[in-house]
Every structure is written in C-alpha cells, then in structure tokens.
Design a protein around this ligand. Sequence first.
Ligand SMILES: Cc1cc2nc3c(=O)[nH]c(=O)nc-3n(C[C@H](O)[C@H](O)[C@H](O)COP(=O)(O)O)c2cc1C
Length: 332
Amino acid sequence: MTKLQHLMQRGTEFLGCDVAIMCGAMSWVSERNLVSAISNAGGFGVIACGAMTPELLDTEIAATKALTSKPFGVNLITMHPQIMELIDVCAKYDVSHVVLAGGLPPKGSIEAIKAFGAKVICFAPALTLAKKFARSGVDALVIEGSEAGGHIGPVATSVLAQEILPELGEQLPIFVAGGIARGGAIASYLEMGAAGVQLGTRFVCAHESIAHPNFKAAFLRANARDAVASVQIDPRLPVIPVRALKNKGTEEFTKKQVEVAAMLDRGEIDMETAQLEIEKYWAGALRRAVIDGDVEYGSVMAGQSVGMVHVERPVVDIIAKLVDEANTALAR
Ligand SMILES: Cc1cc2nc3c(=O)[nH]c(=O)nc-3n(C[C@H](O)[C@H](O)[C@H](O)COP(=O)(O)O)c2cc1C
C-alpha cells in the first residue's frame, strides 16, 4: 500500500471506492454522465438533486445505475419542500450515501436515511455545528471553505481544516472541500487528518461533463480573481453568498435583491418566501449558463481554483493527475 492509499484508507472504506476524491454535487452539471464517469474512474460521484421533483430524481438515479455498478451518492437540498419523498426515492434504489446540503436537516430526515441503511453526510460550516452533527448520528462531514464555487460560508478552507480536523478528525470521516485543484493540497489535508477531499470546479471541464461548451470556455479563460462572491445589498434580507464568475448576471442579481426587498417592504411576501425567491433565482440563472450556454447573463458558479483549470480532459486523466501529484508531494 502506498502512503497515499494509507492516508485515504478511511475515506475509501467509507465511500466504497478506490480514491477518496468526491466530486461535489453541482446542480445541472452533476447528472448521470459526470457522476458515473467519476465513480467508474475510482472516485466518488454525487448526483445533484437541486430542485428536481421526486420523479426526475427517480429517473436520474436509474439512469446513473445503468452507467455504473460502482457506488455514488445523492445530494439533497434540505429546504426542498419534498425532501422526505426524495429520501424515499433514494431508499427505493438503495442509494449508499446521501449528502444533505444547505442548512440544518429537517426533523426526521437523518433517521429516515439511516433507516434504509444509507450513510448520511452533512456540510459543517463551523466547529460547533460539526460537533452537533457528530452527536446526532451523522456518519461523515464535508467542511467547505469560502474558496469554493456555488453557495459558500464565510470561512476559508485552510482555517476550517485547522479548527475542525484536530477536534473531530478521529471521530468521523471528514472530507475537505473548497479551492482544491492539485494533488499537493490533497496530500496536505490528508496529513492534517482528513479522510478525503471533495472537488467541484476541477471537474466541470471534464469531457464527460454535459456543461455547455460556452460554460467550459468561460472556465478555461478565467483566473482565480474572476470568481467572486455575491454581495448582500439589503441588511434585512440575508442572502447566502454565491461564488461565480463576474458577468452581467452578477449585476442582475443586485437588481433581483432590490426587487425582493421591496416586495418584503410592501408586505407582499414574508422572509421565508423572500429567501426562496432568491434561491429560485440562482437555480434558474445557473441552468441558463450550464445548459443554455448564456454565460453573460446566467450564473457561472465557479470556485477560485478555476484559474488552475486549463484544458478539457477525461475524468480518468484528471483523477490520475491528482493522485500522481499527491504521491509526489508525499514522497518529498
Ligand atoms: C457550478 C457549481 C454548482 C454547484 N452546485 C451545488 C449544489 O447544487 N449542491 C451542493 O451541495 N454544492 C454545490 N456546489 C459545490 C460543490 O459541490 C463543491 O463542494 C465545491 O465546488 C467544492 O469547491 P471547489 O469548487 O473549490 O472545488 C456547486 C459548485 C459549482 C462550481
């Protein structure tokens, strides 16, 4: 066994794959093709359920199963109004791992997932929450820093890793995410006590990714500084920041916030509806960029590691390169 395999062992045993590299769920991008390619290459793919209906998720899981016999996960957004039905769909297909993203899991959801034998993975944006999850029976954690693409927390990956890995790294498997694009970084987080890592941005330009050619081209052109976090305009309307490539869509989002805040002021909607409006906006804007290729007005969600994505290549090559770089770093 190589040193890397040894450091990844807990992660690979937990996930049931060869390399403890998860491809984080990315709405519209992480569908059957990319997910099966990642799992077939020895990593761990995760379907992004996003705003899908239970029927659509059913179709997507079945189609993914037809493309791979390896394990993969399903990522569910906790605020989805039909979360319990989505869990039932995962149970129907005996999905091995369910990732809960976007806030505290609703009552009964963790129990419902464990009841059919699947492992539960949650995102922990702070040490206190990580401890709470560990106590409530969550099987593994993803700690994701603000360098990541998509919805982000306020703290950098390097800081979260130092805060959380020494405290909880032995208690349960922890996967580090956000800003990772090279094997050297993977090696360092493993040495700090991580069981594995999760990458998103790095896999968007994989051959197997169905992202529109315009979306991939925007990634290949961009530098780290182009991937900026959205700004909250109205202090009364808390919006979860989203990291995406700066474009006209970023300006549109500012307008959207002003609009929603005005509706809130006029008493036309309550705070919960206001926040849902914002989330619906993102889902639509991301689809516009990923599927329709409108990278000017759509949302090109990307992490700061986008500056290290230079070519489109097959998933097996990306994983092989990461493993090679990690091995080199560990041998130094
Ligand atoms: C285009 C895009 C869409 C994403 N959509 C989701 C999502 O639907 N659910 C989720 O939990 N995370 C989502 N993420 C976050 C990824 O799963 C992953 O944690 C993140 O990309 C890791 O950081 P990195 O981009 O620096 O590699 C998204 C990221 C990107 C780039």
